[in-house]
Design a protein around this ligand. Structure first.
Ligand SMILES: Cc1ncc(C[n+]2csc(CCOP(=O)(O)OP(=O)(O)O)c2C)c(N)n1
Ligand SMILES: [Mg+2]
Length: 319
């Protein structure tokens, strides 16, 4: 499970890309160009990137709204996100929906579901289909600390546990569900403890350590592929911005943010690569300018894309 130098650079690239796409979306939001809200994953990039990078090419991914990093790893481009958030015609849903409400079954990506928890039974169903067809494919999905209090979270995991389905659930514990801290949401110390109630293994990882997330996900995926059933991984992190860009999060204590800022996943990984001489300054600069160019080109493309014509709105409506 050791990663090559090129793979380590990939992880760094996707985390930086994830961060830059987020910053750009925040800017577009402030310019009034976003239709609806923007929900960022600043500070949580290691979770999306490390976990999605562990997937095999035929595995399934069920991202939530803050897992845009996982979508980038899976092959979506920054332009898909810009177009989608600005509801433009050339976007993945043709401008009919906003933010990350899109998937692509050819890439094994199931579109996010806004109702918290509901992705878990859906991805358990996807895993069940893979099992029935005797395909060695695993389904990976995510849930927040808040979402972990919902009924479908329990139902979905219990169902997957009984049938030993190839499912991996990453519980992204970022300390907050909108303005509710975890302490007002759960009496257990670690949300991972809940796995015992379903009779499945769990693991707690430092969510800001991309390699730890990668290794834990990889082990859980391998377990699922061997037919040993689901795993719950709790990744500890911190929501570094408001729930969405409309929320200034003044209810979050400043010292808490300060503490977590020191554990920034990108800076942490940068230090790791630098001290082990795994990335030179020249390689880092080349990677950063590649990202800047990609962002510049994709924003330009998205801004030039028209809105859909009104009559197009009803075209793909099924019934
Ligand atoms: C069943 C349900 N209840 C409430 C909401 C409204 N809502 C959307 S996001 C959110 C907070 C989610 O917190 P968490 O699960 O911790 O995820 P995070 O935003 O921290 O990533 C709430 C209450 C919803 N979408 N679905
Ligand atoms: Mg949360």
């Amino acid at each position: 499970m050791t990663l090559s130098r090129a793979q380590l650079h990939d992880l760094y690239y996707f985390m930086c890309l994830n961060r830059r796409v987020g910053e750009q979306l925040a800017a577009l939001y402030r310019q009034g160009k976003v239709v609806g809200g923007v929900y960022l994953s600043v500070g949580q990039e290691a979770i999306s990137v490390g976990s999605a990078y562990a997937l095999g090419p035929h595995d399934f991914l069920g991202p939530m709204i803050r897992n845009d990093g996982a979508m980038l790893v899976r092959g979506f481009k920054p332009r898909d996100l810009f177009l989608q958030y600005m509801a433009r015609r050339d976007g993945p849903t043709g401008g009919r929906d906003a933010n990350t409400h899109f998937g692509d079954i050819r890439r094994g990506v199931i579109a996010p579901i806004s109702m918290l928890g509901e992705l878990i039974p859906v991805l358990a169903g996807v895993a069940l289909a893979a099992k029935v067809r005797r395909e060695r494919r695993v389904a990976l999905t995510y849930i927040g600390d808040g979402g972990a209090s919902t009924t479908p979270f329990h139902e979905g995991l219990n169902f997957a546990a009984i049938l030993k389905l190839p499912l991996v659930v990453i519980l992204e514990n970022n300390g907050w569900a909108y303005s509710t801290p975890v302490s007002k949401q759960a009496a257990v110390k670690d949300l991972a403890e809940r796995a015992r109630a379903y009779g499945i293994p769990s693991e707690i990882v430092e969510g800001n350590d991309v390699l730890a997330v990668y290794q834990a996900t990889r082990a859980a995926l391998d377990r699922a592929r061997r037919g040993e059933g689901p795993t719950l991984i709790e990744a500890k992190t911190m929501r570094m911005k408001g729930h969405g860009e409309h929320d200034d999060a003044r209810y979050v204590p400043g010292e808490l943010l300060e503490k977590w800022r020191k554990k920034d996943p990108i800076l942490q990984f940068e230090r790791y690569l630098a001290t082990r001489r795994l990335m030179t300054e020249v390689e880092k600069a080349a990677l950063e300018s590649r990202i800047e160019e990609e962002i510049r080109r994709d924003v330009e493309f998205a801004e030039a894309s028209p809105f859909p014509a009104p009559e197009e709105a009803v075209r793909p409506v099924w019934a």
